[in-house]
Design a protein around this ligand. Structure first.
Ligand SMILES: Nc1ncnc2c1ncn2[C@@H]1O[C@H](COP(=O)(O)OP(=O)(O)OP(=O)(O)O)[C@@H](O)[C@H]1O
Ligand SMILES: [Mg+2]
Length: 464
């Protein structure tokens, strides 16, 4: 059922646990490496010391051999005397035919049989006797007369016991380090992760009514500071969006109240007066006007709501602007003729845009211009390609114009500059808000210039 990326029931390990494991691993690797290096240095030193002793013994035998030929009484006497001086070292000497010339008493029977083959230089090896004793053996060739081989060996069981104790200590140290690293590491990591839990608790506390709160000022560790700051920015954006939404709902309610009051008042008046059919007719006509306005407002709100959906898809097409503005002007031509206003379409250009949305924006602008331009006036809808391959459409009129105080607000939802004018002439105040929104969807902008009693120009700019 579950399609989570991990395996079913597999929980992601906590940061504290992971940090602990990594540190524990690191510390035992370091201790093991340092311990092993010291161990190998110690082993090497002990071998060197043993080899020096054995080589010294062999050198003495060589010296005796050079002075006294083997077999002579002098030779065996000197050799025996040497042997008593260093009792731990056993020696065997053979001539070139393998005949044993001299051997210290009490030599391990198999000791010299495991002996490395003699060569020109001295060389040595370790050997473990069947009785458990450890030996170091060295062999050398002595080039006196027909040539002899000498083997010398020493018992190094005490050294081996020392090394074994060292190895045990090393294992103990590694195990102890592992336990300490895991326990202490986990406690430390847990302690240092406490701000994360505090942050989570703070965030969990926040509800829709706490959007004004900020958490970034607390003394967060530097790793958490950006998170807290970003979270504050998110809160600020949410607070802003939330405020705008509640403002928008309040505006809608406010806007709906007036037409409903008018409808209600007129209906009650018509009911209380035993009216003529003309009076009823006037009441119904007025109501129909209000209905139309309400329908237009709901239609505009619905459009804004749909276009604001994050998955709203634009139908991008390359559009010939002369064709688009001609279509819009044709639509309003009859109304312009009726008001004795000249409506002119001019210019050309190509733009990638959604045709329906572009026509809706242009339609709103031409409707505004027609509404505010007295007879004899002129409205020009002009398109041009910009040097940067973007495009521009402007709708200018020779009408009433807008006061500079109002100019900054005309793109706001429900804003009407002409509130003092007759209600029949007023729109919903959503037209320019829709125009601005359509331009934002296209990545473009809408701007307005106006001079009171001179005229107004609205410019739509499409990016390249
Ligand atoms: N060409 C214009 N000349 C003078 N005033 C204008 C012009 N265009 C817009 N305005 C002013 O800006 C206000 C806002 O315009 P907008 O199109 O948003 O709303 P509306 O025309 O009143 O309502 P709607 O377009 O929804 O019917 C208008 O009420 C009007 O006062
Ligand atoms: Mg309008």
């Amino acid at each position: 059922m579950g399609t989570s990326p991990g395996k079913l029931g597999e929980k992601p390990a906590s940061i504290a646990t992971r940090l602990t494991l990594w540190y524990a691993l690191l510390s035992i690797v370091l201790i093991a490496a340092a311990g092993s290096v010291m161990y190998w240095v110690l082993v090497d030193r002990l071998h060197q010391k043993d080899d020096q002793l054995l080589a010294g013994r062999i050198a003495e035998l060589r010296a005796i051999l050079q002075l006294h030929p083997p077999g002579s009484a002098f030779f065996s006497e000197e050799a025996k005397r040497e042997a008593t001086m260093l009792p731990g070292i056993q020696v065997r000497m053979q001539d070139s035919s393998g005949e044993r010339i001299f051997e210290t008493v009490g030599t391990q029977p198999a000791l010299f049989d495991h002996f490395p083959p003699p060569s020109e230089t001295e060389h040595s090896t370790d050997w473990r006797a069947p009785d458990g004793g450890f030996y170091r053996i060295m062999a050398a060739r002595i080039a006196v007369g027909a040539g002899y081989t000498v083997q010398a060996a020493m018992n190094r069981s005490t050294e081996e016991a020392l090394l074994a104790a060292y190895r045990r200590m090393l294992w103990l140290a590694i195990s102890a380090a592992l336990v300490v690293a895991i326990v202490a590491g986990y406690l430390i990591a847990r302690r240092e992760m406490r701000p994360v839990l505090r942050l989570a608790a703070l965030v969990a506390e926040l509800g829709a009514t706490d959007l004004h709160r900020r958490i970034g000022d607390d003394d967060w560790p530097s790793e958490l500071k950006p998170l807290a700051t970003n979270f504050d920015q998110l809160l600020a954006r949410l607070e802003d969006a939330f405020a705008r939404m509640s403002q928008f709902s309040a505006d809608i309610a406010h806007e709906l109240r007036t037409p409903f009051h008018i409808l209600q008042g007129e209906a009650e008046l018509a009911l209380t007066r035993a009216g003529s059919s003309e009076a009823y007719r006037a009441c119904i006509e007025s109501a129909a006007e209000e209905y139309q306005r309400l329908a237009a407002m709901v239609d505009a709100l619905l459009f804004l709501a749909r276009a604001e959906q994050p998955d709203a898809q634009l139908d991008w097409q390359p559009l010939q602007l002369d064709h688009e503005i001609a279509t819009v002007c044709d639509f309003y031509q009859a109304l312009a003729d009726e008001q004795a206003v000249t409506l002119i379409a001019a210019g050309n250009g190509v733009v990638r845009a959604d045709a329906a949305l572009l026509r809706r924006a242009l339609g709103n602008l031409v409707a505004n211009a027609l509404r505010h331009t007295p007879s004899g006036g002129r409205i020009i809808v002009a398109a041009r390609q910009r040097p940067d391959q973007g495009a521009e459409i402007s709708v200018s009129d020779t009408g009433d114009g807008i006061a500079s105080d109002d100019l900054a607000h005309v793109f706001d939802r429900f804003y009407r500059a002409d509130s003092a004018r007759s209600r029949a002439k007023a729109g919903t105040g959503l037209g320019l808000a829709i125009v601005k929104f359509i331009m934002e969807l296209h990545g473009g902008t809408a701007s307005i210039q106006s001079e009171l009693h001179q005229g107004t120009t609205v410019t739509l700019t499409f990016p390249a």
